[in-house]
Design a protein around this ligand. Structure first.
Ligand SMILES: [Zn+2]
Length: 416
């Protein structure tokens, strides 16, 4: 529907215009739409409020499972996980029986919009909070690509930029501080101010959202700090798109205790040791956020008990909303079949699913209530643009379910 001019790029069957003015997309990690509605109704977010009234705002759906890596990859490829191959942070390699942490881009099976824009001559910058994500998002990219976690170590050879601390004017932030995200935004602003970037993808961390909900002091202060930086990006004349990789929900009993189904333990207690293995794809080195507990797990039948018997039992456990065999889950949620379990289990809104108690250290929660994501309840995310849509894209937005991975299409092709 967009008119195609010279220099348009094609990625995964969709075409994108090279931007006429600097274009910035922020992945506001874990920004549940309830933070936005709270922030706009209380005046915490004046700049995002202005984007919503002058540009465009909708609620879009994240890709399943609603975890950080699959959704960041979807946003930068414009495609669901079955196309780019990343369906979690952690998986069981069925051929070897080994559990594997995804720490680099070796499993990424598609090109990115960012790499293609850079290939077409745009100056592209990618800044992430976590370094692990940086390696995936930067696949094939000729441009600037670094993380705030490892800002001090950025080199021209590896990251396309050096002296990042001097650029931003402060040292590399602590990996468990809100500044891990604010540093990302400030670095992006410095690149814009210096006229060094045509396209920026700024991917934040969800540390704050795991710790505090809308109206809590930590979250309100953080979101206000993000909004100020949004104001600066708008002042610099960029087209700005904001989406999230997933929402965030309290996963608690009514008295505030973590509401956890230890699915592997429940199944093995019933069917015998070694009957089932539960893989939690949220598992990552940032365990303090969530104790590796999310609302989506993959389950493998490891012994002689048929998967169907395990599925039937799992589906009857309180806190589990949906159980699907691997084929059905991959088809319904457009996930790569080769990384799917024998079945998946999805928790209800207020529950998470773990494997066994000894695999989840809840002490890192430090007294805050467990908030997490991964399931269907965290699919709705904000989808915000600083400029009004063209008539053609207004029709698209009215006609179908928007996905968070439509954001580059809308920002590059669909705004006035
Ligand atoms: Zn996230």
């Amino acid at each position: 529907m967009a008119e195609r001019g010279n220099g348009d790029i094609n990625v995964n069957g969709r075409s994108y215009r090279k931007p006429a003015r600097p274009t910035v997309v922020i992945c506001y990690d874990g920004c549940d739409p309830r933070y936005i509605s709270h922030g706009t109704s209380t005046g915490l977010l004046p700049n995002m409020s202005r984007m919503m009234s002058e540009g465009f705002y909708a609620i879009a759906d994240a890709a399943m499972p609603t975890f950080t890596n699959p959704n960041n990859m979807s946003i930068v490829t414009g495609a669901p996980p079955k196309v780019h191959g990343i369906a979690g942070n952690y998986y069981l390699d069925k051929a070897t029986g080994r559990e594997v942490m995804i720490t680099d881009a070796s499993l990424v099976s598609s090109g990115t919009i960012l790499a293609a824009l850079a290939g077409a001559g745009a100056r592209v910058g990618v800044i992430t909070a976590k370094d692990k994500l940086r390696k995936m998002l930067g696949v094939g990219l000729n441009g600037i690509c670094f993380s705030s976690e490892r800002a001090c170590a950025a080199t021209r050879a590896e990251n396309g930029i050096e002296a990042v601390e001097a650029l931003v004017g402060r040292p590399t932030p602590d990996m468990y501080s809100p500044d891990l995200s604010l540093f990302v935004l400030d670095a992006g602003i410095k690149l814009l101010e210096a006229g060094r970037s045509d396209v920026l993808y700024l991917s934040l961390s969800d540390m704050v959202q795991h710790s505090a909900g809308p109206g809590e002091a930590l979250a309100d202060a953080f979101n206000r700090d993000v909004d100020r930086r949004v104001g600066r990006i708008l002042e610099l004349g960029a087209t700005l798109g904001i989406v999230a990789d997933h929402g965030m929900t309290d996963k608690c009993t009514p008295d505030g205790e973590p509401q956890v189904v230890y699915l592997e333990k429940v199944l093995n207690d019933r069917f015998g040791a070694g009957a089932a293995r539960v893989i939690c794809p949220i598992t990552d080195p940032f365990v303090k956020h969530h104790a590796a507990l999310g609302s989506f797990v993959r389950v493998y039948a490891m012994g002689s008990v048929p998967a169907q018997d395990l599925m039937d039992a799992a589906a009857r456990i309180p806190g589990i909303a949906l159980v699907l065999d691997g084929d059905s889950a991959a088809a319904r949620y457009e996930m790569p079949r080769e990384r799917e379990g024998d079945f998946v289990a999805i928790a209800d809104t207020y529950s998470v699913i773990g494997s066994r108690p000894d695999e989840h250290d809840l002490s890192g929660l430090n007294g805050h209530k467990l908030r997490s994501h991964g399931g269907l309840s965290e699919q709705p995310v904000p989808f915000m643009l600083s400029r009004p849509l063209t008539a053609a894209y207004r029709a698209v937005a009215a006609g179908r379910r928007l996905r968070n991975f439509d954001i580059f299409d809308f920002a590059l092709n669909g705004t006035k």
